[in-house]
Design a protein around this ligand. Structure first.
Ligand SMILES: Nc1ncnc2c1ncn2[C@@H]1O[C@H](COP(=O)(O)OP(=O)(O)O)[C@@H](O)[C@H]1O
Ligand SMILES: [Mg+2]
Length: 323
């Protein structure tokens, strides 16, 4: 038998119960992540990227119901484990960093102490040893003068420095998998590159797998080994990065790539595709959630279930029209 992949999200569907009815947020989301790999989860705002991450980390709010599918971590069923009351892997095998680091940090505790708190929650070490280890971790995320910065409060640090502290916190428990949800949004372009290079190098050194969530396809292309493209709660295409750019197959990916500026362009703009995401609370949501925006759409496209077609090595597309 093959060894199971690090993470396998298998046909995951998720509904939010709201006062105005169910919102069909995720539809048979499926992807795998291998050890040491950096996977880009790319899609425009509202496409379900964060909800997917929260599902993996068992961080969903109570109005969310998983209606179908499994999440396997090294073959172990995380959803079944959560139901059985087993502790989540969050903060142990799996860590997450968020878009707004300042909001995620405790504003009234020195950053070094916050890292030491995490260390002490996971290991039996003295307060002094934890504090020393915290300074060492701050050095690994390239914070200058880490012993002094360890005594700083979040408000005394820049956005880029706060994000480094968040990365340090996430690394403190030596996760196998890091989920970075828009970790550089809101940072200037130079700091963005510094943080992404740091993440990439740390992941490589530690053999840590990373899911990099972004709405910026060109940023994902720069750093990721493989990319999954998400649209309105569906994974429409998945491929190794080079394959995705040299031979995109899903009409949405084709449009996104055509609209993506060259990586050497001075001005960074985000690719957009005409039309908006469909209303996910509609009761007559079409099988293909891209159909209203699609130039190739025909009546036969509305048949369910939409086929996930393999079109090459590690390359799959969710579309009736792609053969
Ligand atoms: N608590 C909630 N109740 C209802 N709908 C929600 C809730 N949280 C998220 N959603 C919906 O789920 C969809 C995906 O959200 P999200 O995963 O945050 O998107 P992304 O991270 O890709 O921008 C959005 O349409 C959003 O409106
Ligand atoms: Mg999000």
């Amino acid at each position: 038998m093959n060894t199971p992949s690090l993470l396998n999200v298998d046909e995951l569907s998720l509904v939010f119960r709201t006062r105005s009815g169910p919102v069909h947020t995720l539809d048979r989301v499926a992807f795998t992540l291998n050890d040491g790999e950096m996977l880009g989860l790319v899609g425009e705002s509202g496409s379900g990227k964060s909800v997917t991450a929260y599902a993996v980390l068992n961080l969903l709010e109570s109005s969310a119901t998983i209606t179908q599918g499994r999440i396997l971590y090294r073959g172990a069923d995380l959803l079944a484990d959560a139901q059985a009351g087993k502790p989540s892997l969050r903060g142990k095998a799996i860590s997450m960093i968020f878009q707004n680091p300042r909001a995620a940090l405790n504003p009234i505790r020195q950053v070094g102490k916050q890292i030491a708190d995490v260390l002490r929650a996971h290991r039996s070490i003295t307060a002094k040893a934890a504090q020393e280890e915290a300074v060492r971790i701050l050095a690994t995320v390239k914070i200058p003068d880490p012993a002094r910065r360890a005594r700083a409060y979040p408000f005394e640090l820049s956005g880029g420095m706060c994000q480094r502290v968040m990365i340090a916190l996430a690394l403190a428990c030596e996760p196998q998998l890091l989920i970075a949800d828009e970790p550089t949004t809101g940072l200037d372009v130079t700091t963005q590159a510094v943080i992404m290079d740091l993440l990439k190098n740390l992941a490589r050194e530690r053999g840590m797998a990373t899911i990099f969530i972004t709405h910026d396809l060109s940023l994902a292309a720069e750093y990721c080994d493989r990319i999954v493209v998400m649209h309105a709660g569906q994974i429409v295409e998945c491929a190794p990065t080079e394959t995705l750019f040299s031979g995109p197959r899903h009409p949405y990916t084709c449009k996104l790539i055509a609209a993506t500026p060259q990586s050497d362009s001075e001005i960074r703009t985000i690719a957009t595709v005409p039309g908006g995401l469909p209303d996910l609370s509609r009761t007559d949501l079409p099988a293909c959630r891209y159909s209203a925006r699609c130039d190739m759409h025909e009546a036969a496209c509305d048949r369910a279930p939409l086929p996930l077609r393999s079109v090459g090595a590690g390359h799959s597309v969710l579309c009736w029209r792609v053969k």
